[in-house]
Design a protein around this ligand. Structure first.
Ligand SMILES: [Ca+2]
Length: 210
């Protein structure tokens, strides 16, 4: 967090205040404010919260009737999502994935975040995330009690430009609920420039205290 515009307690002038003219301080703070906005991480997942009410942006396996030997059930449902009102239900006997192409840049670091819920008993089931075809998350998610919405985060690096992200499970007849899937660059673009500007603003103050 960058501190630059906080007022002194009680409004009293401080002897060790910035040695910069007031107008410059205001301009610099305003500029930093713009930079903070510019440094906000851009969301790379399309329809990660499923608030479209559909799987728009996602590749999804075809559904199979539940009574078949190898059923598959993928649906965007309404009500009690982690955020908003929509979330996705994932359930299949065979390991099947929903997936999306993420517009990454090779050699860049990202953070994946997603929220899972298990509405019933689900013992011994592994939830799998693959990134560029390789597993990056394989954990037992569930148990003898329903699991409320729980966040998982995974640090990622793009080895290629344009990364393929997949979420897979074999939960049938149980199911996983997933919501708020996010991939953002870390650190956010512009953060380095922002830190540099913060250093420039801090420099006159250090000199004043010598
Ligand atoms: Ca949602």
């Amino acid at each position: 967090m960058v501190h630059c515009c906080s007022a002194d307690p009680g409004g009293a002038p401080r002897r060790d205040s910035y040695a910069l003219p007031a107008l410059f301080r205001l301009s610099a703070c305003a500029l930093l404010g713009v930079s903070v906005s510019a440094a906000s991480a851009q969301e790379l997942v399309v329809n990660g919260g499923f608030e479209t009410g559909t799987f728009a942006g996602w590749y999804v396996p075809p559904n199979g009737p539940p009574h078949l030997p190898n059923p598959a059930f993928f649906e965007v449902s309404f009500g009690a999502g982690h955020s908003g009102e929509r979330y996705a239900r994932l359930s299949s006997t065979l390991l099947q994935f929903i997936s999306q192409d993420i517009p990454t840049v090779a050699g860049t670091d990202y953070e994946l975040s997603f929220w899972l819920r298990v509405p019933g008993i689900l013992i011994g089931e592994v939830f799998t995330v693959r990134w560029e075809g390789e597993p990056v998350f394989q954990e037992f998610v569930g148990g003898i009690q329903p699991l409320p919405w729980t966040q998982f985060t995974v640090p990622l690096t793009a080895n290629i430009t344009g990364s393929f992200l997949e979420f897979g499970q074999t939960a049938f007849p149980g199911e996983y609920h997933i919501d708020d899937i996010s991939v953002v660059q870390v650190p956010a673009p512009g953060a380095g420039a922002l830190l540099g500007m913060a250093g420039l603003l801090a420099l006159p103050r250090k000199r004043h205290r010598q």
